[in-house]
Design a protein around this ligand. Structure first.
Ligand SMILES: C[S@@+](CC[C@H](N)C(=O)[O-])C[C@H]1O[C@@H](n2cnc3c(N)ncnc32)[C@H](O)[C@@H]1O
Length: 359
């Protein structure tokens, strides 16, 4: 006879426009990153497993790339013999691949049908609805793409951020780096600006609060890292992990609008700059709101600053000389190789840059 609720199975599926092999690869990679965020280590592969606090909670029982992953899953440390089953299967759909999750056997552990329903509501349905409610979903998209980039698409973009190169060129012109400089970049993304800056012969350090961007920036500049000319750290802009007066100059591009406390971050930058240290920061122009440079849901999560507000930020942070300049990005966009049909994105009165210096 079947135990009560032994058959309770949770199912979820989604159809994605990817080939099964590609969908499998993304699934495995994203699962490993996401589980790590919850303190679970996923070791993929035919002999793979999932570990929590040094205890094996899941063991791979089937691993067929492009088709199926099955796990024997032990949710209860008080009843380690109770094994549930998790299965991820991929099958061809009319367009793309249908990815299906099945989780079987929780009913045995809970016993009571009300408890199973309660668990489903609280632990599956409510988190799903929360994750897809406007605030959380908009935050996820904003983080994923720009505020704390993660995922394969973000890594591909920030490795070679074509549309940011015009900003980089302006900043490099303003900084006029030499081999004597020690540069700090705050919010370095994939390290593309650093790669340009380092050609001056300077030394540099950088921070970003996205672990994937830190890895990417190190990888992109592996030569400079190996030579000890570049140090990239996982850190937040409001707590820079460097002693006072470490740098001769600092840069921030595409970051200011995301900072919850921009004055605090600018004060931190000022603290780590030595006497005469200079900062060049790309602004966050109100005119960008709702354009391809700052579309929703990012636009309503960004702070925008006009010239006066931007100048006020620099002064409030204690910089001794502060100026806001506008620079025409269009010529740089053409040189950088932005496609002709997108050059119009760079037209207009010019982007604002904060130029600040401490005595
Ligand atoms: C739009 S991306 C720009 C990346 C890079 N500067 C570029 O122009 O390609 C913003 C970057 O700033 C980082 N960032 C945002 N807020 C931050 C904070 N408070 N501390 C550290 N990094 C931050 C994000 O993780 C992301 O890599």
């Amino acid at each position: 006879m079947k135990e009560p609720d032994a058959g309770s199975t949770v199912c979820a599926s989604v159809t994605v426009a990817l080939e099964p092999e590609a969908a499998f690869e993304v699934l495995v990679q994203e699962l490993a990153t996401s589980l790590a965020r919850y303190g679970l280590t996923f070791e993929p592969g035919a002999n793979g497993r999932v570990v929590e606090d040094s205890r094996e909670v899941g063991r791979v029982t089937a691993w067929l790339p492009g088709e199926r992953i099955a796990l024997a899953w032990r949710p209860a440390d008080w009843a380690p013999e109770e094994v549930t089953a998790v299965e991820l299967s991929l099958g061809r759909a009319e367009v793309g691949t249908r990815v299906m999750l099945e989780f079987r056997g929780l009913g045995r552990l809970l016993g009571d049908a009300n408890e199973v329903t309660g668990w489903l509501s609280g632990e599956v349905v409510a988190p799903l609805l929360r994750a897809t409610s406007p605030r959380a979903f908009g935050d996820w998209v904003t983080d994923r793409r720009a505020r704390r980039p993660s995922g394969a698409q973000a890594r591909a973009y920030y490795r070679d951020p074509l549309y940011h190169y015009p900003n980089f060129r302006v900043i490099l012109d303003e900084l006029a780096l030499s081999a004597a400089d020690v540069l700090l970049e705050v919010g370095c993304g994939g390290g593309a600006f650093l790669a340009d800056a380092l050609t001056s012969g300077c030394r540099a350090a950088a921070v970003d609060h996205s672990p994937e961007m830190v890895d990417l920036a190190r990888e992109k500049n592996s030569g400079a890292v190996a030579e000890g000319r570049l140090d990239v750290r996982l850190a937040s802009a409001d707590r820079l992990p460097f002693p006072d007066a470490t740098f001769t100059c600092a840069v921030m591009t595409g970051v200011l609008g995301f900072l919850p406390d921009p004055i605090r971050s600018l004060q931190e930058i000022r603290r780590v700059l030595g006497p005469g240290g200079r900062l060049v920061a790309l602004g966050s122009d109100p005119e960008m709101r709702g354009t391809p440079a700052a579309p929703e849901p990012m636009a309503s999560r960004l702070r925008f600053y006009g010239s006066e507000e931007l100048e006020r930020l620099g002064r409030a942070a204690g910089f001794d000389t502060v100026a806001v300049v506008r620079r025409d990005l269009a010529p740089y966009a053409r040189v950088a190789g932005v496609p002709e049909e997108h050059l119009a994105l760079f037209a207009g009165p010019g982007a604002r840059f904060l130029l600040a210096r401490r005595m």
